[in-house]
Design a protein around this ligand. Structure first.
Ligand code: 6R9
Length: 654
């Protein structure tokens, strides 16, 4: 984040209308926040009533953050079903209300309006199909689908029968898909023939075919028809969803699940190794997703709410599907991209469906900002009441454009900071309670106790106007419970460095007013267009290529993407650098991981700066990538300091 963002102090107060309408105003925020810390058991017992329980809980919180014995439980003796909470309980009062508005990639294809009643039927049919394929409570199902209603049906169908879903973003490669299918030992992969996006089509089924070559023979593949494009078919492995749905019953009883039974696994990047399977459970997650959705976005009955994320990311889980549907909302699901057929698409869709709350990522705002204001002005945005952002720090320039051009100065902006691991928002201004500052995540949500620690000593830094690493004291119901199959890794990643706290991996500043600013990751995770990427993943993809001896990957500031991927590559002795090889390596990484991991810059590096013990000095590589040669710091501890001069002299000119 630029230093300017951190010193911006102009306050944008909510309008009287916004305050009057809001579920939470300044006074209620202060009172509820204090109560949530003073009596967490009482506070969360009350919030637990947001969902319908089959067997009510009598225990609320049972949490141990001690390294070696970390265990997190909420509402542990209660039972419930997430699909019943997201659908069945609304049928009596809002069966004919639209649950999901689906807007396809192409604006000429008609949108769909799916009522809660219809959603119920489709989810039950999908649940029965999964059962007929042998899926039982606790089994894993991988979902590899475009942004089509069937993606939501599949999630809710799993929840209905107690299967654990793991969604793999449709932009991921066959290799990445296979690793995730194997990682959670899935019984079924749900995919579609093709995924249309931005006027192009990704051959999802053939990607799945390629992935399944590396998976157990018993894995079945359920195929949804999206485009009708040609697919190859393997008898007794591939199943036709559309055909089976015609036969399947539209009733399936919801399974009674324990609050701590896993609801889903979602793979996300960390600073080391391959992506880890973040596990979220049933009761606490749903309470937290529902509560944050209602309060952060100030959702009211009848509102049309749109989150532009993909269900392949946590934002899609909590804020397209589970949070909104638990609240009986109308949630919009968009298959396309912001710039197709032109840079006005978001605003066209907002106008067409009279969207009230709009939630997107800074990278999209920056990309659209570059296209000028005329694309926005063409469309009637008078129904918009609130704007949200998520995924990375937002620079003040983008914030101001969002506020002025899109929100016409009358829509509060909620800059929501949270993570795959946290299940829902941990810090955000609340629209009717807080004046906002461009670029600041402002205030903790109820029950959240952010602390700023000294990175070296791990000691809590009190007072305002301070900066350090961001940790969270104590637990909240939406917190992840473990890493799938590796509780040890869970403890080591989040509870080892700073004992007694949850370590977020982010740095932050608490300004003079006590408001929070996220300053970015303090580990080897980079954030490319709001997508988390471990530099280690890209490095391991690069070194898997026969020409590559060694690779080091860092992030560098990128105007649109926030961060770009900068790769230093050392070739095998017998290979010469060339433009063709550079192209080949780019394609290679795309194939190994997916297009989102495509290197922005590749610099040939005859050597990498290493300590005498062989550790790559990434700090130096980051500075060189940033074109910041004045502050390289001490390079005398390097095994061969001359490699730095060479890297500077040859810094890729991009
Ligand atoms: C929800 C999501 C998490 C990382 C997180 C942080 C960055 C997310 C942010 C933000 C500044 C915000 N991040 N929201 N940074 N301001 N409003 O994005 O989850 O994909 O797991 O990424 O994204 O660095 O640690 P995830």
């Amino acid at each position: 984040m630029s230093p300017a963002a951190q010193t911006e102090t102009k306050l944008f107060a909510p309008s009287a209308d916004t305050v009057a309408r809001a579920h939470v105003n300044a006074e209620t925020y202060d009172r509820m926040y204090a109560a949530s810390l003073a009596d967490p058991e009482g506070f969360w017992a009350e919030q637990g009533k947001r969902v319908d329980w089959i067997k009510p809980f009598t225990q609320v919180k049972d949490v141990n953050y001690n390294f070696g014995e970390v265990s997190i439980n909420w509402y542990a003796d209660g039972t419930l079903n997430v699909a019943a909470n997201c659908i069945d309980r609304h049928l009596a009062t809002r069966g004919d209300q639209t649950a999901i508005i689906w807007e396809p990639d192409s604006p000429t294809e008609p949108a769909k309006h799916i009522t809660y009643k219809e959603l119920h039927g489709s989810v039950c049919r999908m649940a029965n199909i999964l059962e007929s394929l042998g899926v039982r409570k606790g089994d894993r199902v991988v979902i590899y689908l475009p942004m089509i209603p069937e993606a939501a049906y599949a999630m809710l169908a799993c929840a209905r029968i107690g299967a654990i879903h793991s969604i793999v973003f449709a932009g991921f490669s066959p290799d990445a898909l296979a690793a995730r299918v194997n990682g959670c030992d899935a019984k079924v992969v749900i995919t579609a023939d093709e995924a249309p996006r931005g006027g192009r089509k990704t051959p999802l089924k053939s990607n799945a075919d390629a992935a399944l070559l590396h998976c157990k023979d018993s894995v079945k593949c359920l195929v949804v028809k999206r485009t009708g494009g040609q697919t190859t078919w393997i008898a007794d492995r591939d199943y036709d969803y559309n055909e089976m749905a015609l036969e399947a019953s539209d009733y399936c009883a919801p399974a009674e699940m324990g609050a701590e039974d896993p609801l889903f696994i979602l793979y996300t990047s960390g600073s080391t190794g391959q992506p880890k399977g973040v596990v979220h459970t049933t009761g606490g997650y749903l309470v937290y997703a529902a509560m944050t959705h209602e309060i952060t976005f100030d959702y009211h009955d009848g509102d049309i709410y749109w989150c532009t994320a993909d269900v392949g990311w946590v934002t899609g889980h909590s804020y397209i599907v589970y949070g909104p549907l638990a609240n009986g909302a109308t949630t919009l699901m968009f298959e396309g991209v912001p710039t197709y057929p032109d840079a006005g698409r978001f605003w066209e869709v907002c106008a067409k469906h009279k969207v009230n709350q709009f939630y997107t990522a800074p990278t999209a705002i920056r990309a659209l900002m570059g296209q000028g204001t005329s694309f926005v002005e063409k469309h009637d945005l008078s129904d918009l009441r609130l704007l949200g952002t998520v995924g990375e720090p937002i620079n003040p320039e983008a914030w101001n454009w969002y506020n002025d051009v899109v929100g016409k100065g009358k829509c509060p902006i909620v800059d929501t900071w949270w993570q795959t691991e946290t299940g829902g928002h941990l810090m955000t201004p609340l629209p009717g309670a807080h004046a906002t500052k461009p670029g600041s995540a402002m205030k903790p949500f109820f029950g959240i106790q952010p602390v700023v620690l000294d990175p070296q000593s791990g000691v809590e830094i009190s007072g305002n106007g301070v900066e350090g690493v961001l940790c969270i004291k104590d637990s909240w119901p939406g917190q992840m419970r473990t890493v799938w199959g590796d509780h040890e890794r869970f403890q080591k990643t989040y509870f080892a460095d700073y004992k007694g706290y949850y370590f977020t991996g982010d740095g932050c500043r608490r300004d003079a007013d006590g408001d929070y600013w996220i300053t970015g990751r303090v580990d080897d995770v980079i954030n490319v267009s709001g997508h988390r990427m471990g530099t280690a993943e890209v490095e391991s993809a690069l070194v898997a290529h026969a020409a590559v001896a060694e690779a080091a990957v860092v992030g560098y500031p990128h105007e649109i993407k926030g961060q770009g991927i900068y790769c230093y590559v050392t070739l095998m002795n017998d290979r010469e650098p060339s433009d063709e090889l550079m192209k080949e390596l780019r394609t290679w990484v795309r194939t190994e991981i997916g297009p989102i991991a495509s290197p922005d810059v590749i610099q040939w590096a005859p050597g990498l700066p290493k300590t005498r013990s062989g550790k790559i000095m990434r700090r130096i590589l980051r500075k060189i990538a940033e074109n910041d040669f004045g502050s390289l710091g001490d390079t005398s501890t390097l095994a061969d300091p001359s490699v730095v001069d060479d890297l500077i002299a040859n810094r890729a000119n991009k």
